[in-house]
Write a protein that binds this ligand. Structure first.
Ligand code: F6P
Length: 339
């Protein structure tokens, strides 16, 4: 709306950069008022998305079923020229924003918008989607308390976040978990067992463990799923909750159950905070284009939304700081972080 109200013409690119390569402009859609009306309260994206569409290593299937990667970045620039596009707003997490940065280095006028439930993009306090995911994860932890407490069980819930423990920390502290395991802190099984047994000794016959999908025991690697799929940049993380449930049941003798929250964290009605953040980011991105501040990303630096260099934002993933008050709050509340 911010762009339309300036009289600009807006086109949406369907399915990431793949939309630019579709024949006869079929991957581009007109984003007029009708297209963007009444969607503020809906999750997902009307444009579609892809996590295997890096134009610098574009996956192409060979006749024998194997895959080759091609650099199609020049095709992006020429598709922009053909369609007469003056500027790109790239919306996504660190992968998408790194591609946007590369394209910007090659002269494409780009402004980034940080969107991921992982909250792991640098230079911004929050990415949009994160708060909604935390609400969903906290609600799930609240609901697990009933079964944990009535059945004297250890319930282990695996949440997303890739290499960052933001969702686990926020939902775990808000949901009064007993143990929170995050990728930033390699955990010791003994330490988790000790926490559960200590609760047992104090008459608390149940425990809630929140584990980030990227968390791993000290000295061991993250657990991944086999079927990453062709053209995917990163391995699929997953399985640590099941692994932990087996180990904890053997070590504590208590009934341990696991739950993988999965894509429930990425769907449904967005929280008011995320809606507002997305609208603020969108309007700020349009203002950046107006000022020709290309090669930047809009970022939340409370109370303001500012423009930061894309290079700065993607320099490194934003992880949970171990000396920050979030970790300290968890420790002060007696939550075990497995170390
Ligand atoms: O980056 C967002 C995210 O939801 C991660 O937390 C998770 O590891 C990944 O995407 C899952 O991706 P997919 O849905 O492609 O398996």
């Amino acid at each position: 709306m911010a762009a339309l109200s300036r009289g600009w013409e807006v086109v949406g690119i369907k399915k990431g950069y793949g939309g630019l390569f579709a024949p006869d402009g079929s991957g581009l859609i007109d984003m007029d008022r009708d297209a963007v009306r009444g969607i503020t309260h809906t999750g997902g994206t009307i444009l579609g998305t892809s996590n295997r569409g890096n134009p610098f290593s574009w996956p192409v299937e060979n006749d024998d079923g194997s895959w080759t990667e091609l650099d199609r970045s020049a095709d992006v620039t020429s598709a922009f020229d053909t369609a007469g596009i003056d500027a790109l707003i790239a919306i996504g997490g660190d992968g998408s924003l790194s591609i946007a940065h590369e394209l910007s280095m090659r002269g494409l006028p780009v402004v980034g918008v940080p969107k991921t439930i992982d909250n792991d993009v640098g230079s911004t306090f929050f990415t949009f989607g994160f708060v909604t995911a935390c609400y969903i994860a906290t609600d799930a932890i609240d609901r697990l308390h009933s079964t944990a407490e009535s059945h004297d069980r250890v319930m282990i819930i695996e949440v997303m976040g890739r290499d960052a423990g933001w969702i686990a920390m926020h939902s775990g502290v808000a949901g009064s978990a007993d143990v929170i395991l995050i990728p930033e802190i390699p955990f010791g099984l003994d330490s988790v067992v000790e926490k559960i047994c200590d609760r047992e000794r104090h008459g608390r016959h149940f425990s809630i463990v929140v584990v980030a999908e990227g968390a791993a025991p000290a000295g061991e690697g993250q657990r991944t799923l086999e079927d990453a799929g062709a053209g995917r940049e990163e391995a699929r993380l997953g399985g640590v909750a099941e692994w932990l449930a087996d180990r904890l049941e053997a070590e504590t003798g208590k009934e341990c159950r696991h739950l993988v929250l999965g894509h429930l964290q990425r769907g449904g009605v967005p929280a008011a905070y995320d809606r507002l953040l997305a609208l603020r980011f969108g309007a700020a991105a349009v203002r950046s284009i107006e000022m020709r501040a290309f090669g930047t990303m809009v970022a939340l630096q409370p109370p303001r939304v500012v423009a930061v260099p894309l290079a700065e934002a993607i320099r490194q993933r934003k992880l949970v700081p171990l000396d920050g008050d979030l970790v300290q709050t968890a420790r002060d509340r007696g939550i075990s972080l497995g170390d």
